[in-house]
Design a binder for this molecule. Structure first.
Ligand code: RTP
Ligand code: MG
Length: 143
């Protein structure tokens, strides 16, 4: 399996609860390198554009309100099979259905406030990384 990059967000609920370090440890322990990271307060426009694929869904308004309710940490993770690996680490969208030991099982409260986002495909990862980061902001390991 090739080395991939994936896009990750530590969402406002987890940032507010000071869980950034604990969540980043999960990535590092799994061999996913953080090659870019920055904290942002998302505007409504930026959050709505990011989740544009869901704009017809009933939960869209609440999702945008939640994602703009406080700062988030946006990151790029790099490693073998990074896209699927990150989704495994995150667990199911609804924390009540997330496997034991996953980030959402351990840190999330509800399907609406579920601690993390991770890209779900190679095309999503490419789009999402480019939405938040320029090429010069990505810092892969030199050795
Ligand atoms: P994400 O995009 O945030 O990584 O989450 P995901 O792939 O696991 O789930 P997705 O289907 O892309 O949904 C995006 C976010 O919308 C909220 N959601 N609420 N109330 C609902 O039925 C519902 N379904 C989705 C969640 O916060 C989810 O993370
Ligand atoms: Mg998604």
């Amino acid at each position: 399996m090739a080395v991939q990059r994936t896009f990750s967000i530590i969402k406002p609920d987890a940032v507010a609860k000071n869980q950034i370090g604990a969540i980043q440890s999960r990535f590092e322990q799994a061999g996913l390198n953080i090659v870019a990271a920055k904290m942002l307060q998302l505007s409504e426009q930026v959050a709505a554009g990011f989740y544009a694929e869901h704009k017809e869904r009933g939960f869209f308004k609440d999702l945008v309100a939640f994602m703009t309710s406080g700062p988030v940490l946006v990151q790029v993770l790099e490693g073998e099979n990074a896209i699927a690996r990150n989704r495994e680490l995150m667990g199911a969208t609804n924390p009540k259905e997330a496997a034991a030991g996953t980030i959402r099982a351990d840190f999330a409260q509800s399907i609406d406030e579920n601690a993390v986002h991770g890209s779900d495909s190679e095309s999503s990862a490419a789009r999402e990384i480019a939405y938040f980061f320029s090429a010069t902001e990505l810092c892969p390991r030199l050795r």
